[in-house]
Design a protein around this ligand. Structure first.
Ligand code: AR6
Length: 345
């Protein structure tokens, strides 16, 4: 998955580079900085001493010593001062410069903490948004796997409004399902109480003249529709995916990037007509293609899945699709907040 939110201690991440939320002296400190220096050992501090510090918004790279990664990228986030002191631009710059350094050093995998969101006090929901926006933009042009590492899940925050809207939607839909169930039950009861009446003969006869005037053209186009539908019934998941990419006028790259899907996996799906994706992968493509709910269901069916109202994951997906919000990274922020699997692969 090109961009993934994970819960972990960043010093334990199996990546090429970890990013450190440092201060401008680069000589160590508390929080994630302290943890990285402790895990890397004194040699990291020795190398940092040679760097001459670092400006806020900038980044510098060193070796990783006792850490299992190859590099530590040190970046200095802004202190939060109410949001009026250029904090957002500085934080954006931290992510951009760090990603650039990772790219220059051929890193394939990088792990970021939520820079500035601890001791420097940047509001966590806004810090997360900056991280996701910059990283997802970068990934449109670059192939890399980037992790946003959340240390303390309890402190992880998406916007309060989004959180409460989704909670409400989940509640409503669980309730609806129960009401539907009761409605279905009462339907069963009433149908056993009253025998079904067949349609009166006269009504059926009235329809006949209408059918007789149906033009040959109409019949032909109905047959073509039927042929197309029958073809689609036999279509596999990957065939449907490729057809939809064409219909939407997208390129393959646009589609897999927007789906948060790794290029190699996409090639595999493209080359294997019978490829069976996982449910989050299938949904990721539906989101990338901006399919309606009905089309999403259709695509899922090809992979042997369905959306149901009996789990949060499906309801959250339904929430975003019904709102026409097809930003996979925002969807993933929400899924992570509700402890669900993320979209992509
Ligand atoms: N792994 C992943 N994330 C962590 C870890 C860890 N081991 N430890 C903390 N975090 P902070 P800042 C999270 O305070 O706000 C230092 O003293 C933490 O929950 O480390 O940029 C520097 O020297 C939070 O979400 O960095 C600077 O003086 C995030 O990492 C100053 O703190 C960042 O919190 C920088 O403050």
């Amino acid at each position: 998955m090109p961009l993934e939110i994970v819960r972990n201690d960043i010093t334990k991440m199996p990546v090429d580079a970890v990013v450190n939320a440092a201060n401008s002296s680069l000589l160590g400190g508390g929080g994630v900085d302290g943890a990285i220096h402790r895990a890397a050992g004194i040699q990291l501090l020795e190398e940092c001493k040679t760097l001459g510090g670092c400006e806020t918004g900038d980044a510098k790279i060193t070796g990783a010593y006792r850490l299992s990664c190859k590099y530590v990228i040190h970046t200095v986030g802004p202190r939060w001062q109410g949001g009026t002191r250029n904090e957002k631009a500085l934080l954006t710059s931290c992510y951009k410069k760090s990603l650039q350094l990772a790219k220059e050093h051929d890193c394939e995998t990088v792990a970021f903490p939520l820079i500035s969101s601890g001791i420097y006090g940047y509001p966590k929901d806004q810090a997360l948004k900056v991280a996701i926006d910059v990283i997802s933009d970068f990934l449109l042009e670059n192939d890399m796997t980037v992790y946003v590492v959340i240390f303390d899940k309890a402190a992880y925050k998406i916007s309060e409004k989004l959180f409460s809207d989704i909670t409400e939607y989940i509640d409503d839909n669980y309730v609806d399902e129960h009401i539907d169930y009761r409605r279905d039950q009462s339907r069963v009861l009433s149908s056993t109480a009253r025998p079904l009446r067949s349609k009166p003969m006269a009504e059926e006869e009235e329809l006949l003249p209408l059918m007789a005037v149906a033009s040959v053209d109409k019949a032909l186009s109905a047959k073509q529709d039927l042929d197309a539908k029958l073809k689609q019934i036999d279509e596999s998941f990957s065939q449907m995916l490729l057809r939809k990419i064409d219909e939407k006028g997208m390129t393959d790259t646009e589609c897999y990037k927007k789906a948060n899907i790794d290029r190699k996996l996409f090639s595999k799906i493209r080359g294997d007509m019978h490829y069976k994706p996982s449910k989050p992968t299938a949904i990721a493509f539906a989101v990338s293609l901006e399919l309606s709910l009905a089309e999403t269901e259709d695509m899922l069916k090809k992979a042997g899945f369905a959306l149901s109202h009996s789990n949060k994951f499906d309801i959250i997906i339904e929430y975003f699709i019904s709102k026409g919000n097809y930003n996979i990274f925002e969807i993933n922020e929400a899924l992570f907040a509700f402890d669900q699997s993320l979209l992509g692969a």
